[in-house]
Design a protein around this ligand. Structure first.
Ligand SMILES: Cc1cc2nc3c(=O)[nH]c(=O)nc-3n(C[C@H](O)[C@H](O)[C@H](O)COP(=O)(O)OP(=O)(O)OC[C@H]3O[C@@H](n4cnc5c(N)ncnc54)[C@H](O)[C@@H]3O)c2cc1C
Length: 251
């Protein structure tokens, strides 16, 4: 892309995998533009008004990417209704944006294998028992990770990993004819807003009314007015978490 080109991104409505993902991606694209193509701009079109870690992202965008990153939420006409890959256009109800580089994050659902197995409901995702992760539609099948409807628990690798352990223990208990233990699950999602600038959200979840609900008072987001040293520290935590999860998952 020539310096001066317009990058257009679209983010989908909830639910989708990695709730802070599009905003982290937009931040890092904006960082690239600011440092390498300073006449360029990024427009982020969103099918929502609210998103994960929003106060932290918006404060960082104001501080770091004013004039580089423009956020257009649903209420300002951010919902994309049509994309033309050949013309590189994004259409909303109000405007057509012509991109030099476009990145569409489309609406999401569980993979076809989950639908074919009969585990997905009309929403496209799989309802599960929050204690055992057994499908509410197909007994004997357990669904974890992005495909599952896990209530307040976000679709993340951290969540999928925690759910896998809880689910395996529940399956062992069921096979042994025992009552599965009611779990408490944790999620943390780190995001880089720029190199060396990290922010995070953490949550603790427990079964409640057939779903997983937030444990009130547990978790939260990074402080809004933290010093640079705290953002640097969180960027290091993000890298350390990535090392741990990839080693734990793939060996
Ligand atoms: C840009 C981005 C950034 C992210 N950042 C983070 C982060 O910082 N922290 C975090 O915790 N999470 C993050 N996530 C989310 C994380 O990647 C997912 O939540 C996680 O991978 C979910 O794991 P899963 O096993 O449920 O699904 P997946 O990782 O999608 O695994 C499902 C697998 O099933 C395979 N499959 C599908 N159909 C079939 C079939 N018929 N036969 C055989 N195999 C099949 C797929 O190919 C895939 O490999 C991010 C996601 C994105 C897109």
């Amino acid at each position: 892309m020539e310096d001066g080109g317009l990058v257009v991104m679209s983010a989908p409505a909830n639910p989708f995998r990695c709730p802070p993902g599009p905003y982290e991606r937009a931040s890092l694209i904006a960082h690239y533009l600011k440092t390498r193509k300073p006449k360029s701009k990024l427009i982020l079109l969103d099918a929502k008004d609210k998103f994960s870690k929003q106060p932290l992202f918006e404060a960082a965008w104001k501080e770091l990417y004013a004039g580089v990153l423009e956020f257009v939420p649903l209420s300002a006409g951010g919902q994309v209704t049509e994309v033309d890959a050949k013309q590189k256009t994004f259409k909303t109800d109000f405007e057509t944006y012509r991109a030099a580089v476009g990145n569409v994050i489309p609406p999401q659902r569980a993979a076809r294998i989950a639908v074919d197995a009969g585990c997905a409901d009309k929403s496209g995702w799989c309802p599960i028992d929050p204690v055992t992760f057994e499908s509410k539609l197909i007994p004997g099948v357990h669904v974890i990770g992005d495909a599952a409807i896990a209530g307040a628990m976000p679709k993340s690798a951290f969540s999928a990993n925690a759910q896998a352990k809880v689910c395996a223990e529940a399956v062992l208990a069921l096979i042994a004819g025992q009552e599965p233990v009611e779990p408490r699950l944790i999620n943390t999602c780190y995001s880089l807003v720029a190199p060396g600038y990290g922010i995070s959200i953490a949550g603790v979840f427990k079964p409640s009314n057939g779903l997983l609900a937030d444990v009130e008072g547990a978790g939260g987001i990074s402080p809004l007015n933290a010093p640079n040293a705290a953002r640097e520290q969180e960027a290091k935590y993000a890298e350390a978490w990535y090392d741990v999860i990839t080693k734990a998952t793939f060996g």
